[in-house]
Design a protein around this ligand. Structure first.
Ligand code: PMP
Length: 437
């Protein structure tokens, strides 16, 4: 029951007076689904509580980082210890070296890396480095993939293949995206045509290998193989944006999943964020030694950051990586996530609701569609109004999903069988109501 005073609503009104849209990142505003955002008061394990004291099972986990759940004791302890030692020095620390070593151990395609504070910074810097290292300007991205909000990446497809993209945000001048070529995800023919036309001018191709910014869409194995081959043939760098998938879909990240199907597969560069910081502002980009040595202070490509490699963030990231490296961690997480997806699929089937879902490791997605989509156009065929009813139905029942149909979901090690059963039970009720017009 709604309390007499809705503290979420009151906070939202207050926030809107001084913060554009009342939020510090747009998707939090519930614009796509309508209604009042929940203001989080505290979180523990797989749950958080809003300003009204209402509890939710959290399937966002800060949009991915909270793979252990909230307030994991080992992480809390590491962060508390680090806090007492100092928040920020602007000078190197041993912990940065340890974290770099730990990441490289998990993702062996990375020989060297640099730590930054957000996925946006990491993606932007990786593109700059690829351009600097190859001496080329153009690059490929795919429609539906998000790589942060750097100007050259806020771009959608132009009118034809030979034309480059158009800005998706006001304030991005057309000349800034002039060299960004936007292609359809999973479209091998278009990819081949683009390389045939522009191959010699391409610095890199950046891709979310499992695209979590159009819900959950896997790059097919033949498509990924072609990306790899064409980049190698034309001297363009293949950049995996694993900000979301990194240490989330598998310990070795999505690239280890593709390496199972494509022998010897590895990207040239990798962008990481979220899980490697365990919920603190931390991200990274890395690649081969030859490429990374082009970066300042060794090379001519400039990149820097006051808070880069922050001692509290690195402590949090290290403690998180230590936990997820424990034997059986990913097997358990994958099993749990699969149980959720299977439960939701069964509940939808019983209610006669069109539904398709997929997961890898602790990341999942579902669509109110009969079959899993392969690209952004197909994702956008989902019925937004029905998704919104499902979203609000679950929210009322204490289940918190991403408030937009083009976002992925995340399960943590803290989700219990009980949490998953409650979620599936709630979905079963809501699916019944979706039948009605
Ligand atoms: N790349 C991907 C794949 C992402 O999902 C995100 C954020 N969701 C980013 C980059 C940008 O990261 P940040 O929000 O930390 O800037």
């Amino acid at each position: 029951m709604k309390p007499n005073t809705d503290h979420n609503e009151a906070l939202f009104e207050r926030a809107k007076r001084f913060i554009p849209g009342g939020v510090n990142s747009p998707v939090r505003a519930f614009k796509a689904v309508g209604g009042t955002p929940r203001f989080v008061q505290r979180a523990q394990g797989a749950h958080f509580w809003d300003a009204n004291g209402q509890r939710y099972i959290d399937y966002i986990g800060s949009w991915g980082p909270m793979i252990l759940g909230h307030g994991h004791p080992a992480v809390l302890q590491a962060v508390q210890k680090a806090l007492l030692e100092g928040f920020s020095f602007g000078a190197p620390t041993e912990r940065e070296v340890e974290l770099a070593e730990a990441i490289i151990h998990l993702v062996p395609s990375i020989e060297m890396l640099r730590l930054v504070s957000s996925g946006t910074e990491a993606g932007m810097s990786a593109i700059r480095l690829a351009r600097g290292a190859t001496g080329r300007s153009k690059f490929i991205k795919f429609e539906g993939c998000y790589h942060g909000h750097a100007d050259a990446l806020l771009v959608k497809a132009g009118s034809g293949l030979a034309t480059f993209g158009n800005p998706t945000s006001a304030g991005v001048p057309p000349e800034v995206v002039r060299d960004t070529l936007v292609l359809e995800y999973n479209n091998v023919k278009q990819l081949e045509e683009a390389f045939a036309l522009h191959g010699r001018e391409l610095a890199c191709l950046i891709i979310e290998p499992i695209a979590g910014n159009m819900n959950f869409v896997r790059a097919s194995v033949p498509f990924m193989q072609r990306c790899r081959e064409l980049c190698s043939q034309h001297g363009a760098l293949l950049i995996f944006d694993e900000v979301m998938t990194g240490c989330r879909v598998a310990l070795g990240s999505a690239q280890s999943v593709y390496a199972q199907s494509i022998p010897g597969f590895a990207p040239d560069m990798t962008v990481l964020g979220k899980v490697i910081g365990g919920g603190m502002p931390l991200a990274a980009f890395g690649g081969s030694r030859a490429v990374m040595e082009q970066l300042a202070p060794l090379g001519p490509v400039y990149q820097a950051g006051t808070l880069s490699g922050n001692p509290v963030a690195t402590a949090c990231g290290l403690a998180t990586l230590q936990e997820i490296t424990r034997p059986g961690f990913f097997e358990d997480l994958s099993r749990k996530t699969r149980a959720l997806v299977d439960g939701l699929t069964g509940a939808a089937r019983d209610a006669g609701v069109a539904f398709s879902a997929d997961s890898e490791g602790g990341m999942f997605g579902f669509f109110l569609l009969d079959a899993l989509p392969q690209n952004y156009t197909q994702v956008m065929k989902s019925d937004g109004a029905r998704f919104n009813r499902l979203f609000h139905g679950l929210l009322e029942r204490g289940v918190y999903l991403a408030p937009a149909l083009y976002e992925a979901g995340f399960v943590s090690a803290a989700h219990s069988a009980q949490d998953i059963a409650e979620t599936v039970g709630a979905a079963r009720e809501v699916f019944q109501t979706l039948q009605k017009p």
